[in-house]
Design a protein around this ligand. Structure first.
Ligand SMILES: NC(=O)c1ccc[n+]([C@@H]2O[C@H](COP(=O)([O-])OP(=O)(O)OC[C@H]3O[C@@H](n4cnc5c(N)ncnc54)[C@H](OP(=O)(O)O)[C@@H]3O)[C@@H](O)[C@H]2O)c1
Length: 168
């Protein structure tokens, strides 16, 4: 199984403003994300990302998994799972459901939980042409280092640069 992380970031590595706003994320980025979601099918996110998704939720037609300890969240569809399982257990669950690949779409806490457990194979960063004053980091409270191998660089409309890495 290939586990891929996709994130829109500012030049200084933030994925949202302090107040959680992502109004700076370009329409081009949403199109790129949407095309990856269609290709991969299964998407996983943290509760906060779920809460801030609004009209974008659910992502694509495949399985959407939301990591949360909030027991008040109950799924009304087989295509939506709320889980408090560990990243490793979630991977097993996804494999048992026959999913080939998994797309992590944030936020910083979930990104970190998967990276810390060596559960990310590839990373797409869509770098936006701005520097934010402060905000939510790409990886929350990481405290480890990882080496990456550059696979591709793409220049996109709206002054975006997309970097595609594999995690070594
Ligand atoms: N730029 C981008 O591409 C992009 C993409 C996605 C999100 N964002 C932004 O990122 C921000 C959200 O990021 P965030 O780091 O604050 O939050 P997050 O990672 O989206 O969600 C964190 C929440 O997920 C649950 N959680 C975390 N680890 C868990 C685990 N191991 N098991 C079970 N549940 C777990 C917890 O919820 P409970 O308290 O319910 O347990 C936790 O409070 C938002 O502002 C959003 O707009 C930006």
């Amino acid at each position: 199984m290939k586990i891929i992380l996709y994130m829109a970031i500012s030049v200084n590595g933030f994925i949202a403003r302090d107040n959680d706003s992502t109004d700076w994320v370009a329409p081009t980025d949403w199109r790129e994300l949407s095309s990856l979601v269609s290709k991969i099918g299964t998407v996983i996110m943290g509760k906060k990302t779920y809460e801030f998704s609004e009209d974008n939720f659910p992502y694509g037609d495949g399985l959407n998994i939301v990591m949360t300890h909030d027991k008040s969240l109950v799924s009304s569809s087989p295509k939506l799972i709320f889980t408090d399982q560990s990243p490793q257990e979630v991977i097993k669950l996804v494999q048992n459901l026959g999913c080939q690949n998994l797309l992590i779409i944030g936020g910083g806490k979930i990104n970190s939980a998967f990276l810390k457990n060596n559960l990310i194979n590839e990373i797409y960063l869509s770098i936006h042409p701005l520097i934010l004053a402060d905000g939510i980091k790409l990886f929350h409270d990481l405290k480890i280092e990882k080496k990456l191998k550059l696979l591709e660089v793409k220049q996109l409309p709206e002054n975006l640069v997309q970097l595609h890495y594999s995690v070594i």
